[in-house]
Ligand binder design. Sequence first.
Ligand code: URA
Length: 230
Amino acid sequence: MTATKSYYTSWEELEAAIRSCSRCPLHKSRRNPVPGEGPRNAEVMFIGEAPGATEDEMGRPFVGAAGKLLTMALESAGIPRSSVYITNVVKCRPPSNREPRPEEIEACSVFLESQILLLKPRIIVTLGNVAGKKVFELGNLRWSGVTKMRGRLYTLSILGLKVVVIPTIHPAAALYNPSMRDILFNDLKNVKRVLDEISQTLTVASGDELSAPEQGGRKAKSLLDYVKRG
Ligand code: URA
């Protein structure tokens, strides 16, 4: 269980471990591992399934066709891609883009869990079934499939952190399907709404603290700093 895992406590250590990882057979066929990217103080974390061909080639998450759609959906919701942290459940491309196997997901879990612990996101958006299942498992809530679970918010306790989880479909499922595309775009608008609502609540709740000088350190500028973690 998670209590016995040793997590990475610095981003540098974590990314170095991902780059040299041989915990599962996926390392044999990868061109580049794909740790993830984005600000290390992002409030929102997006989690996909696994790198595809373009990601494997570039070493960056969501830079192929599905990634371009994700970026468009983010921008359309008013969320700059550069403001969120994006990663995957597994960090190396499964051959022929097959779904990652349970033992590969388990072998890679310490990396995802360490990322969550280092980032401490307020919101996690899961993209598709593999990410939804994994994150709900970490939050000890039964996953009943993305079709049933999406469109709602779940406040989960993940590794001791209170996180709002918003499951949505995988952008690859929306590539050639206009109604799925609408779902993705609308779900991301909800992400923006939740982010704004949290900020709004804080504006009311924190009063003059909001004009306090920045302290330096992580998230010094964010209203969300004033939310107490449960
Ligand atoms: N699909 C994913 O799940 N992740 C990526 O990074 C790209 C495509």
